[in-house]
Design a protein around this ligand. Structure first.
Ligand code: RNT
Ligand code: ZN
Length: 422
């Protein structure tokens, strides 16, 4: 498929969409303004660059797979991210975790981190003209091994993590200021228990007290946006998760904070898409962790499918693209990690494009008229519209390989760069 063929297919597709009242150019214009937040942690299996190296054990999350060539240094991770970004159409952001600072071989504990440890990331992001987001790292640490961080009954442990998150928000605000684009800071903690637990209320009250203290410190909205992320269960926290959905929904609503919905953190039959219209009347902004749950794992590489489409449709129908931040959150160590990034990011954008190409006004009209068979019929016919031709054209215009043509670039990177890493 050459450029000319991509353009030809696009013209036909554009014509086809216009027959049902959809303006393809307007959809592409909107799509090109969306910045995904790309998770740095896919590049090294949630390892980070602390000294001594943090171990992922006991954090309630796990990465499986040992595909060779994972990034071992900040330079390698940045190079890998650059290759991935070069294969994803549009301008995107990079999402950092506190454990990815440049600590120059020194032991800097989590309650000691400072903006200067992220100055190199700022220079890098400035060079690429992209924004950065940030996350406190409340796992992979000896003081998280007891199973509780911000909800720990051990005051020393709880104070340590409060200090960490406060510093992370300061770093986030600093990143937002430096790069002139608000940094989204997300907080996820692994707190929970494996089996029957009696003191549930005590832990949740402790978490509330910690959050109240942390977020009493205000940072300008142009620099920092705060999100809190719930979870259903984790490895070793099967019976009780302190930061459950109900808990954070109540806290976010009471504090006008952003709620982070991770697509892998709900019951399999629960629709995250349906939650949007329930939350938007109450919360100013939302953060989505775009992910794919498979059985007990909530972090498989995202694919273009029903769940993602439904979510994007709800965002677009609510005209909420300006209020919903999209951050990728998956990690797979069993395949080429650059490939994983590209697959997930492209799938997310394809689903968003699908949503932007919905004839929503026409569907609303049909719905108002009570023609329910026509609503169902048109929604199903939309799935076979020539989305691929529009996507390929968007890639071409964004100087990114269309269709499957990006795969060779990842193959070549694997051969020339990744296979050289010991
Ligand atoms: C864990 C949460 C959290 C992490 C990242 C690494 O279940 O989804 O968002 O995946 O912070
Ligand atoms: Zn998440």
């Amino acid at each position: 498929m050459n450029e000319k063929q991509v353009e030809q297919a696009f013209r036909t597709a554009q014509q086809r969409y216009s027959e049902i009242g959809v303006d393809v150019d307007a959809a592409l214009e909107l799509l090109s303004c969306v910045a995904l937040s790309i998770q740095c942690w896919q590049g090294d299996d949630v390892g980070g660059f602390e000294t001594p190296e943090a171990a992922l054990e006991g954090g309630g999350i796990a990465v499986t797979g040992n595909h060779p060539g994972k990034a071992r240094t900040i330079d390698e991770l940045q190079a890998d991210l650059e290759r991935a970004l070069s294969l994803v159409p549009g301008g995107h952001r990079v999402n950092l975790h506190a454990m990815y600072g440049d600590f120059r071989g020194e032991r800097v504990d989590r309650d000691q981190i400072r903006p200067e440890h992220f100055a190199g990331w700022v220079d890098w992001a400035e060079g690429l003209g992209i924004g950065l987001d940030f996350n406190a790292t409340c796992f992979s640490h000896p003081l998280a091994e007891g199973g509780f961080t911000l909800s720990s009954p051990d005051e020393r442990v709880r104070r340590f993590w409060i200090e960490h998150v406060q510093r992370c928000r300061e770093i986030g605000a600093w990143l937002g200021d430096k790069l002139d684009t608000p940094c989204v800071h997300n907080l996820w903690i692994p707190d929970g228990t494996k089996d029957l637990t009696v003191s549930r209320l005590a832990h949740r009250e402790l978490l509330k007290t910690s959050l109240d203290e942390i977020y009493a410190v205000k940072h300008p909205a142009e620099q920092l946006r705060d999100a809190v992320e719930s979870k259903l269960f984790g490895l070793g926290s099967e019976s009780f998760v302190v930061g459950s959905y109900d808990f954070y929904l109540a806290w976010a609503a009471a504090n006008s904070a952003m709620l982070c919905l991770d697509m892998g953190h709900f019951h399999p039959t629960e629709s995250v898409a349906d939650k949007l219209s329930a939350l938007l009347p109450f919360l100013p902004e939302l953060l989505i962790h775009v992910s794919r749950g498979v059985r007990w794992d909530s972090d498989h590489v995202v694919l273009y499918g029903d769940e993602l489409r439904e979510l994007m449709l709800e965002i677009v129908r609510a005209r909420a693209l300006g209020r919903v931040y999209l951050a990728l959150d998956f990690f797979d160590g069993s395949i080429n990690r650059i490939g994983a990034w590209v697959i997930g990011a492209r799938a997310t954008l394809k689903a968003l494009l699908f949503a932007l190409l919905e004839p929503t006004d026409q569907l609303r009209e049909i719905e108002r008229n009570g023609e329910l068979f026509a609503r169902l019929g048109l929604l199903d016919e939309m799935k076979l519209m020539p989305l691929g031709a529009v996507w390929d054209y968007f890639c071409l215009k964004s100087d990114v390989p269309p269709a499957e043509q990006w795969i060779d670039s990842v193959r070549e990177y694997e051969r020339s760069i990744l296979s050289q890493r010991g």
